[in-house]
Design a protein. Sequence first.
Length: 319
Amino acid sequence: MPVLREALIESQGGKNTNTGPLADIFVTGAFIGVLKPAPTAINRTGVANVRLGQKRTFGELHREVAALKIDRQAIERRYRLPLPRFIWGMSDQSMSNFYVRGVLANLITLVILLACLFIPAGTLNYWQAWVFVAVFEVSAQALGIYFLVHDRQLVERRMNIGPAAEQRPAQKLISAFFILGFVGFVVLPAFDHRFGWSPVGPTESVIANAMIVLSFLLFFVVMKSNSYAASTIQVEEGQPVVSTGPYGYVRHPMYSGALLLLGAMPLALGSWWSVLLVVPFFPVLVWRILDEESFLRKNLPGYAEYMQRVRYRLVPRVW
């Protein structure tokens, strides 16, 4: 990893003071390992004593990197480092709290999802719901775990969600409508299953579950392309305009994936009629998009020019 080594040397005024082994650090799950273990230590300032060849927690590595007094911001402005951003600024306690919040949020979401499905259905004998929960949860957790390892700041941005997290009054209302809409896309199919209004065949349900997986793959591509893809409408210091990947085709690819997800959910849960919920949901989505674009055009440098280059919002050559 010569780029990181060069950046470290530059941060020390051009002097190579035995920082080479630090450039071989890489991420493996919940620990930091070393590609080329060495028995020697890095002792740049007299207070740093980084032992290589050992596995260390993120918090331990953070303290070691902090002791090296590396100019993090200068390095990150100039280089694209292979290290996840959250290595620089966390402690064991903050990491622990972050995991606790994540686990609790996932458990609460799962309980609410199961309640919204099986209470209206009036039975646990609802195979479409069980398959949907399995597909949805595995897809969501796989996405979350990947970005927790590779881009923790993105996960934090995505976890900051809901009306209370929004700053603009219009977006607070829109966010509340989104939550109600998602609940409707779950509850109404469950009632349909209970009363047999418009049953969907097994083949169609399986295809719909495949579409759900496809929507999460689209989320993955979007989030890989744009680390600033927050759940709320905001602009951060230094945030760039992303125009590569899916953003080169439509301005809001995350919402494109959300439409695919919501359109597939009722079919996966065995209800034709519930697909019609897309009709009242779509104007709310359009409202959010237009308000978001108005905000970004004013507050994100270069976004107005991006809107001129990429003409379509959700579907290429459609809208």
